[in-house]
Design a binder for this molecule. Structure first.
Ligand SMILES: *Cc1c(COP(=O)(O)O)cnc(C)c1O
Length: 360
């Protein structure tokens, strides 16, 4: 069997070119006589891998010099604790709850201080982004937290919240490198890489230097202190070496594709094909308010659970994998990350049209 069109929300599709390169280098990376999985993280050859990866990410995102790039373990979820432990100097922070990942981060932060929910879209099953232009943000809040792209519900902040001067912290796991961002607007940007960049288990944290201090909550483990990793250039202990290597290859691929401006253009084109069809379809409906639609995760329903299940099953048989919606919301979800080719989306829409004709 060949490769399928994989619409998984994460771990998700990676560029075929990157996988082929990694396969070719599996037994002997660049004349070292060993795989990247087998080499010392202190070796010269690995040093080159991690430094190049960081520089390519800096180039892609235009990351200013006063921001550190950290390659850490524990996935995105580890950051739910690491952020309050390191940033809650006043023991207060404002959370905007736009889905399950934001809610998990908010609940975790409550363990460490006064996490205040300043906005939420729970009233309509997280199908929109609340107006964040004039929120009641506590004077002494250490930061304002958002999940910028809501993987499960398919919403995206098209405009960043007005933080009233407070530091903005953003989980960008499912929109990482999908379009250009102005890094200077954030104090911390972080993302688990398995959505749009690489293999699961690693998180990339981009953090402004003044936020990296020794003044962390009492009892914060050494491994969960940003300063530990910043001082050691992500080599305090053994880093997720193979993940860094694959991410580095994806950064090179993105550069070759034309960078993030170009990726945005392609991603907008891909998403439009699917949303335009959902808007005209008599059977399928998108579940998100049009102005807040994500370019990466597209949830939709038929309105009939049995028909949803039938669709997922027939789609799978036709080579379209992982279209089932998140277990907590049902329906369908097509995740169309950077590595999903435009033909994948075109063919999916063709298949949806055929299914609609057969089932109306
Ligand atoms: C998947 C996801 C997470 C959790 O990532 P892990 O690496 O499994 O911890 C957190 N936030 C968002 C937005 C996600 O999509």
């Amino acid at each position: 069997m060949g490769r399928v069109y994989n619409f998984s929300a994460g771990p998700a599709v990676l560029p075929e070119e990157v996988l082929k390169e990694a396969a070719a280098e599996m037994l002997d990376y660049n004349g070292s006589g060993m795989s990247v999985m087998e080499m010392s993280h202190r070796s010269k050859v690995f040093d080159e891998i991690i430094k190049t990866a960081e520089q390519d990410l800096r180039d892609l995102m235009n990351i200013p010099d006063n921001y550190k790039v950290l390659f850490l373990q524990g996935g995105a979820s580890q950051q739910f604790a690491m952020i309050p432990m390191n940033l809650m100097k006043n023991k207060k922070a404002a959370y905007i709850v736009t889905g399950q990942w934001a809610k998990k981060a908010y609940q975790e932060a409550k363990k460490y201080g006064d996490a205040v929910e300043v906005a939420s879209s729970a009233d309509k099953t997280f199908s929109y982004i609340p107006d964040c232009s004039d929120l009641d943000i506590p004077e002494d809040a250490d930061y304002v937290y958002i999940c910028e792209n809501n993987t499960i519900y398919g919403t995206k902040f098209k405009e960043l919240p007005n933080t009233k001067g407070k530091t903005l912290v953003a989980d960008v796991s499912s929109c990482f490198l999908s379009e250009p961002v102005d890094v200077t607007k954030y104090g911390v940007i972080y993302g688990g890489v398995q959505k749009n960049v690489g293999p699961a288990g690693m998180v990339i944290v981009i953090i402004r230097e003044d936020l990296i201090t020794e003044d962390v909550l009492p009892g914060t483990p050494t491994m969960l202190t940003y300063k530990t990793h910043a001082d050691a250039d992500s080599l305090y202990n053994t880093p997720p070496c193979y993940n860094i290597y694959i991410c580095g290859k994806v950064f090179k691929w993105l550069k070759k594709m034309g960078g993030l401006e170009k990726m945005k253009e392609i991603n907008e084109k891909k998403a439009k094909i699917l949303y335009d069809f959902l808007d005209e379809s008599k059977l399928f409906k998108g579940t998100v308010v049009p102005k807040d639609r994500s370019l990466m995760n597209v949830p939709f329903v038929t309105g009939n659970e049995e028909l949803d299940a039938k669709f997922v099953k027939e789609a799978k048989a036709a080579g379209f994998e992982n279209l089932k919606g998140h277990r907590t919301v049902g329906g369908m979800r097509a995740s169309i990350y950077n590595a999903m080719p435009i033909e994948g989306v075109e063919k999916l829409v063709e298949f949806m049209k055929k299914f609609e004709a057969e089932n109306m």
